[in-house]
Write a protein that binds this ligand. Structure first.
Ligand code: ATP
Length: 131
């Protein structure tokens, strides 16, 4: 079975590095399943889970936006933040969800509203991947 290297990197650290057979991401235009020997590509990502298949193992990482770059033998995902499911603090994500919902419910300017929407998306993504 052919493979490629998959790296997930944030400004803080390298979150993930494994040899894999398939990567599924949510791009700005929808779901994207990438197999080895895919044509080179750079595209933005949504706040969504990234799924990586390697043999019989499936890894799920909560990825907060950024980009995916498909190279010849390597996939690089560059994100603002990203967490492996085992590293997600559920209580923290629940608290972030509650804060964002409270902010969305209160009257405020468009900028703060958008920020709260993004914070809510990050929290829901973490809860989805971490649970
Ligand atoms: P919070 O309001 O809880 O800080 P946030 O969405 O604002 O959440 P980010 O700015 O996206 O947090 O991330 C800051 C750092 O904290 C990153 O390193 C990210 O991986 C980490 N992080 C955020 N939330 C969690 C969580 N629930 N579990 C584990 N790590 C988290």
């Amino acid at each position: 079975m052919s493979t490629f290297l998959v790296e997930i990197v944030t400004p803080e650290r390298k979150v993930y590095e494994e040899t894999a057979n398939m990567v599924s991401v949510k791009g700005s235009e929808g779901e994207l399943g990438i197999l080895p020997n895919h044509i080179p590509l750079v595209t933005p990502l949504r706040i969504a889970p990234v799924t990586i298949k390697r043999g019989n193992v499936v890894d799920v990482v909560a990825v907060n936006g950024g980009f995916i770059e498909v190279r010849k033998d390597k996939i690089v995902i560059l994100a603002e933040s990203a967490e492996l499911s085992k590293d997600i603090d559920i209580k923290r994500a629940e608290a972030a969800k509650k804060r964002a919902e409270d902010r969305l419910a209160s009257k405020q300017d468009e900028f703060d509203y958008r920020r709260a929407e993004l914070a809510l998306q990050r929290a829901l993504n973490r809860l989805n991947v971490g649970r």
